[in-house]
Design a protein around this ligand. Sequence first.
Ligand code: FAD
Length: 585
Amino acid sequence: MAFDTDVLVIGSGPTGATTALALATYGVDVQMISRTNWLADTPRAHITNQRAMEVLRDLGIEDEVLKYATPWDQMGDTVFMTSLAGEEIARMRCWGTGERRHGDYVFGSPCSLLDVPQPLMEPVIFKNAAQRGAKFSFNTEYRSHVQDDTGVTVQLRDTLSGREYGVRAKYLVGADGARSKVFEDLGLPLEGQMARAGTFYVLFKADLSRYVSHRPSILQWVVNPAASFGEIGMGLLRAITPWTEWIAGWGFDISKGEPEVSDELALQQIRTLVGDPALEVEIVRKSVWYVNQAHAPYFAKGRVLCGGDAVHRHPPSSGLGSNTCMQDAFNLAWKLAFVVKGDAGPELLESYSLERAPVGRQVVERANQSRLDYAPIKACFRVEGAENPIAAGLARLRDSSPEGVAARLALQAAFEFKDSEFNAQGVEMNQRYVSGATIADADGADEVWRRDPGLYLQETTRPGAKIPHAWLVNRLGKRVSTLDVTGKGKFSLVTGLAGEAWRMAVEVLDRPYLRLVVTGEGDTLDPYFEWQRKREVDEAGCVLVRPDGYVAWRSIEPVHDPAVAERLLRVALDRVLARAGCTTE
Ligand SMILES: Cc1cc2nc3c(=O)[nH]c(=O)nc-3n(C[C@H](O)[C@H](O)[C@H](O)COP(=O)(O)OP(=O)(O)OC[C@H]3O[C@@H](n4cnc5c(N)ncnc54)[C@H](O)[C@@H]3O)c2cc1C
């Protein structure tokens, strides 16, 4: 049966759109559908971490995303207060903007963190995917699929006309979010619990510049009896467009069902959180969302592969949602491209689940733990049993008594503990992949973590880790990252001037998807010796980097015999790409 497309993607959120963008960039025929009329219309994801930005940089849209973003320095501190206009209780350095951590962040990546609300991010990804040839159908609903040895037949429904029709694809990607029907239809297990807590959100417009512009902050926690319930026990004011568009949020008790919140009640709550009883407010939208704690141990079955919220469902704390979604997509897309083009065997796709499912599990645990970790902070703001627990708690924090001293020390410790949410470069960047698409070092030694792996990025060229970022310099004197000279849909063999044997091996192998990067020459000079410091291999050794920037294999020891180099490289590439099972489809 003829194919309508190579890859059909269900969903146009961060997962689906990034998959379509990457596949179109790699020259694969891809079609994406969504049952909605357009892209995200609510500002859910916003914190965009360095690794997601590295993905977007590789796909050539970093500069365009930057145009829509609240810049890194404006993301500011997380501030705790009795209301926006009221008493400020304490502040926390966040997102690597604090002096103590900023250097770690800029040393580890060519990209910054950003705040980009989902309705601004998705159109950039979508537009570029479409410009590069991806096809789209909105108002189109996924109904079911049947897979066989050669492809997948997918039943779709045009929601405008009601017409049902089938599409035949070589592969199906389920990027249809936290209520994924594609995933459900696969019958794969989902471990954990859905809807274990709930939050009410009101999107509103009000100019709050006078309270914020002198202390930029995209997240402000309000310690106030009006919002002291739910798991976190504080109200939230989150900036969407600095400083005129906001979300007000507060927890609710899910055992009592979804709360009825009239516009009057919402207005009253916003005015309380802001601390201005006469504030002019335009309420844009009210919504609820639930705290999920669920992940899939396996993301795929045969020719159907799921990603994003379909397979890991968790709350926004730590800002890992769409960031992880984009990285799922980036991991999957090059593998699909290689298999569809016949450059890799279909077994390569098994590495997708093996590599990304542990990440999914980790982010689900981390995001839920980040919510629970507010408890010690909340405890510092309250004296349980007092007539007014919050007033008593805040008075204690300002008191000169031994209790006051202890409370201030406890709050400092509770804040430092929250670095695991707000300054967690390691959580965001330290993924390690173990699968058939990586070849471990021959000595089999475990990685030794030098510092807390959640807080600190540990750069290494160990197989399964992301290639370290080092600034190189091109022949025009411009700085380029090691990430810029690798990736972009190809494997890269990185060696030094002494790696002549590897240069010859790449020439002899002559694989269209393999490029040679020789540091120290041409457009990849190493004048700061940054790569020399970070590479962990002999100058005549090599690092084989996958299209997604992860190390597939390395030769720590020097190799000077071109025949040996060629054999080692051929074996490594064929193993990583599962080329024994390679067929052109
Ligand atoms: C309040 C809140 C704040 C958040 N903040 C952050 C943050 O700061 N940083 C972060 O990284 N993440 C954050 N997230 C999480 C982030 O929004 C999600 O992780 C992300 O949107 C999931 O992307 P996705 O592409 O997997 O699914 P979705 O974005 O849910 O997209 C699903 C797509 O599938 C389509 N679809 C569904 N069913 C069908 C069907 N049957 N047929 C056809 N199409 C279908 C939908 O129309 C949609 O296009 C936040 C989430 C919330 C709720």
